[in-house]
Design a protein around this ligand. Structure first.
Ligand code: URA
Length: 396
C-alpha cells in the first residue's frame, strides 16, 4: 500500500500500518499499537491480539480474510489512550486505508475507534449493533475485564454479516412495520422515509417485502416498486391460489367485521383486510380492550377462521390459509440463494422456523424468538441493509 506521509503528530515514531487482506469485506479498527505490535510491525499480535484471535476463532472468522488496523499508527507512551489531536492528525492515514480496502463493514473495537467516527456512545448499550456502515464492539482487551462472553456473541453477529456480504446471491425477506419503520400510533403514518427508500432501491433485485398488511395498506406507506407479499401470503404476486380460494370465507369476514366494528373501547381500529379482519389496539387501553374482546367472542361462531395475536393487533384469518412460514417455504423452493429474513412480529416466527439453517434469521426488538440473531430496532435494520447495499462511505 502507498502510505501518505505522516502528519507529524507528537507520537510519530515507528508506525504500524494495517495488515491483512486488502480486499477484505470486513475491516477491524482498534486503538493503537503496543510494544509487541511495534516490534513485529503487525497490529494485534500481543495480549489483546491473542484475545482477538480467540474471538475470531470462536465466531468462525478467518483472521486472514480481514484487514486489521488501528486509529493511530504509532504507540502512545505507556500505552496511554491517544489524544484528540493525535487522532485527528493520524486520521488521514486511516481514511486512506478505508479508501484502499473498501470494506463492506468496518468494525470499531473500543471507544477510541468509535469516537473517531461516531462521537461518544455508550458501549454497554450499543455493543454488538450495526450503526451506519459500522459494527460496534468492545476493544479486545476488555475480554480481560469480564466482557469475553459478551464479545463472543458480538463477533457471532459480525460473522453473520460477513457471510451475508460474501454470499453470491441473496434473498432478503423483510417484514415492514417495526422492521423497516417504527410502529407508529396510526398505521397510515408508518411511511418509509427517504433514507430507507434509497437503501431498498439499491437492493431492489434481492428484496421481497413480506407483511401482514393488506396490499392496499402497504402500498399507501411504501411507495416503491418492489415485490410485496401482503396479508400474510393471501395477496401474493406469485401465487393466485389463496385469493381464488377465498370466496368461502367472504361471508364470515363480513360478519366478523360488522360484529367487532361495534366495539366500545376507545382507540380501537377495526380493519377490513379483505382476507380477514384486524383489530388494532395500540391506541387503546389494553386491559379494557381484552375485557371487551373476550366478551364479544363468547358464543361467536368463527366458522373457518381463527385468531392470531400480533404486536398490538388481533387478527381473524382463514384456517387453511397462508402464513409467513408458508410464504418462505414457497420462495425458498424457487430460489437457491442465501435467505435473510428480518421481522419483529409474532407472525414472523413461522418464517424464522421455515428459514432455519438455510439462511439467516433476525428478530427486531424481540427476546423470545426462534430467530438466530437480534437487532435493536428498525434503525439497526437500515444500517445492516445499507451495509449489504454497499456504496460510498460518507466519512471519507
Ligand atoms: N491494541 C490495539 O488497539 N491495537 C493493537 O494493535 C494492539 C493492541
Amino acid at each position: 500500500m502507498q502510505r501518505n506521509e505522516c502528519n507529524g503528530c507528537p507520537l510519530a515514531s515507528k508506525a504500524v500500518y494495517g495488515y491483512g487482506n486488502e480486499r477484505a469485506p470486513v475491516m477491524l479498527i482498534g486503538e493503537a499499537p503496543g510494544e509487541r505490535e511495534v516490534a513485529s510491525g503487525i497490529p494485534f499480535v500481543g495480549k489483546a491480539g491473542k484475545e482477538l484471535d480467540g474471538l475470531l476463532k470462536r465466531a468462525g472468522i478467518d483472521r486472514e480474510s480481514l484487514y486489521i488496523t488501528n486509529v493511530v499508527k504509532c504507540r502512545p507512551p505507556g500505552n496511554r489512550k491517544p489524544k484528540k489531536d493525535e487522532i485527528a492528525r493520524c486520521l488521514p492515514l486511516l481514511k486512506e486505508e478505508i479508501r484502499m480496502v473498501k470494506p463492506g463493514i468496518i468494525a470499531l473495537l473500543g471507544s477510541t475507534a468509535i469516537e473517531s467516527f461516531l462521537g461518544k456512545m455508550s458501549l454497554d448499550k450499543y455493543h454488538g449493533t450495526f450503526v451506519d456502515h459500522f459494527f460496534i464492539s468492545y476493544h479486545p482487551s476488555m475480554a480481560f475485564y469480564g466482557k469475553r462472553e459478551i464479545m463472543a456473541k458480538d463477533f457471532e453477529k459480525l460473522a453473520m454479516a460477513e457471510r451475508a456480504l460474501r454470499a453470491e446471491k441473496r434473498l432478503l425477506l423483510l417484514d415492514y412495520d417495526g422492521t423497516l419503520v417504527p410502529i407508529t400510533k396510526n398505521p397510515e403514518d408508518a411511511v418509509l422515509r427517504e433514507k430507507g427508500k434509497e437503501i431498498l432501491k439499491r437492493l431492489k433485485d434481492e428484496v421481497i417485502i413480506v407483511t401482514g398488511r393488506s396490499m392496499r395498506s402497504i402500498k399507501s406507506v411504501l411507495d416503491l416498486d418492489l415485490p410485496v407479499v401482503a396479508n400474510h401470503g393471501f395477496e401474493f404476486y406469485r401465487v393466485k391460489e389463496p385469493e381464488e380460494r377465498f370466496d368461502q370465507y367472504r361471508e364470515t369476514v363480513k360478519r366478523l367485521y360488522e360484529h367487532f366494528n361495534g366495539m366500545k373501547t376507545k382507540g380501537v381500529v377495526v380493519e377490513d383486510k379483505t382476507f380477514g379482519i384486524a383489530l388494532h389496539y395500540r391506541n387503546a387501553d389494553e386491559g379494557e380492550f381484552f375485557d371487551e374482546f373476550r366478551r364479544m367472542l363468547e358464543g361467536l361462531d368463527l366458522d373457518n377462521m381463527h385468531i392470531e395475536y400480533g404486536k398490538k393487533i388481533v387478527e381473524f384469518r382463514p384456517d387453511e390459509g397462508w402464513n409467513k412460514g408458508k410464504v418462505v417455504q414457497f420462495l425458498l423452493s424457487e430460489n437457491s440463494c442465501l435467505c435473510i429474513y428480518i421481522g419483529d412480529d409474532n407472525s414472523d416466527e413461522p418464517a424464522f422456523e421455515a428459514v432455519g439453517d438455510r439462511g439467516i434469521t433476525i428478530a427486531v426488538g424481540r427476546r423470545e424468538t426462534k430467530a438466530r440473531y437480534l437487532f435493536k430496532d428498525h434503525e439497526e435494520v437500515l444500517s445492516f441493509l445499507s451495509i449489504l447495499a454497499g456504496g460510498e462511505y460518507d466519512i471519507l
